[in-house]
Ligand binder design. Sequence first.
Ligand code: AMP
Length: 470
Amino acid sequence: MTQFSDLGLAKPLLKALTDKGYTTPTPIQAQAIPTVMTGRDLLGIAQTGTGKTAAFALPILHRLAEDKKPAPRRGFRCLVLSPTRELATQIADSFRDYGKHMGLTVATIFGGVKYGPQMKALAAGVDVVVATPGRLMDHLGEKSAHLNGVEIFVLDEADQMLDLGFVVPIRKIASQLPKERQNLFFSATMPNEIGKLAGELLKNPAQVSVTPQATTVERIQQSLIFIEAQRKRPLLAELLADSAVERSIVFTRTKRGADRVAKYLVASGIEAAAIHGDKTQGQRERALAAFKAGQVKALIATDIAARGIDVNDVSHVFNFELPNVPESYVHRIGRTARKGKEGIAISFCADDERTLLRDIQKATRQTIPTFDRRNDKSLAAAAAVADKLAPPEKYVDPRRADPRNNVPAELRRQRNRPARGGDQAKSPGQGQGRGRNGPSNAAAKPAGGDYRGPKRVSATAPAERWNPID
Ligand code: AMP
């Protein structure tokens, strides 16, 4: 079996890997590292948890160190785009970790925090910048950053970028990159729009793939419980009380829903914390740290907030509500059963979610074993108490809810900000038809992916359809 020492990586990298106790590359690492080291473009189909961060971070660090030179002022030699702040932080931490014996500099650029320290970090030039598209666009607009020095461009979690409406900003960012560069493109799934974007950005890429599209992880024991919507919280509390649940992630469709579930669980004596785009960076980091430390048994999360979070030993994933997009089901349950472990995924399904269930089963080519807990009197009594502890959410038809409602707060603000004139001043969402002026162009419709057709609300929907859950 290939070892890291066989791949020709620089000594300081091998030392950092030994420090971490990693000797054997994961399949995507074994495939990607030698290719990326040669400078060739790469298209990687892989989910978080496969070791894909090191698959690009190691050869990038190797290349940067091999040809060590100062980054230009306000510029960087490697740009990694990530859909969320959490993932950006994790990627930057990995670069720092693997590159700790190399003396290279790494900075993060994302919203929700002050501009000042980011400008300061960029001023003298940085080797590696990990950024979310919205804040990077702001820095480019303000001229506190430029892309002239980028030698390597990485787009991570491209399909998630699509869900967040980031495809237009990505194209704008890419248009400012130097023509001569190496491109690395990672996505867990390959919907049409993402395939198109990859075609535009990559030149003769090598392709590596570690999981077939939209198949569920075999080690995960999946089940689904039919339950009345208003009785989901007591049912969740009952299931979480089981000692077999060591550490769980509970997915809700909306941010408010996440808060209410967390509030109810805490009131019921279960350690829980919510994590979503409306929480401050500090709150998100504290919740995640408490969860990682095992002080919190249930982390209640929206899709976007949970995406990319790398926590080992998650024993259970609960889908409090089914996701609108079948691929999200695969991503969600993939939070458990990592590193060869077993995992359990339990989904709740109310009557109005049956179409979503049908879509998930069709996309994942499986029938999920079901149980029926409707008309359960003990849950009915508990639900009445639950309503008092944390009132239920205003009803939103799941088929009308847009999965992008979990867009981080700072990006939403930018979207609603009036344009300052000129393309540069346009914020990421404005090209998506989500500004106050309502519908814009049809070409900016969201996510033209495989499963997103009829049931998704068009991005050209009027603002009021958005607001109740925003
Ligand atoms: P990722 O898919 O990049 O989020 O990585 C998932 C987890 O696997 C992270 O905690 C990594 O630190 C860990 N990891 C990555 N590569 C290896 C390796 N070769 N051996 C052991 N663990 C690894």
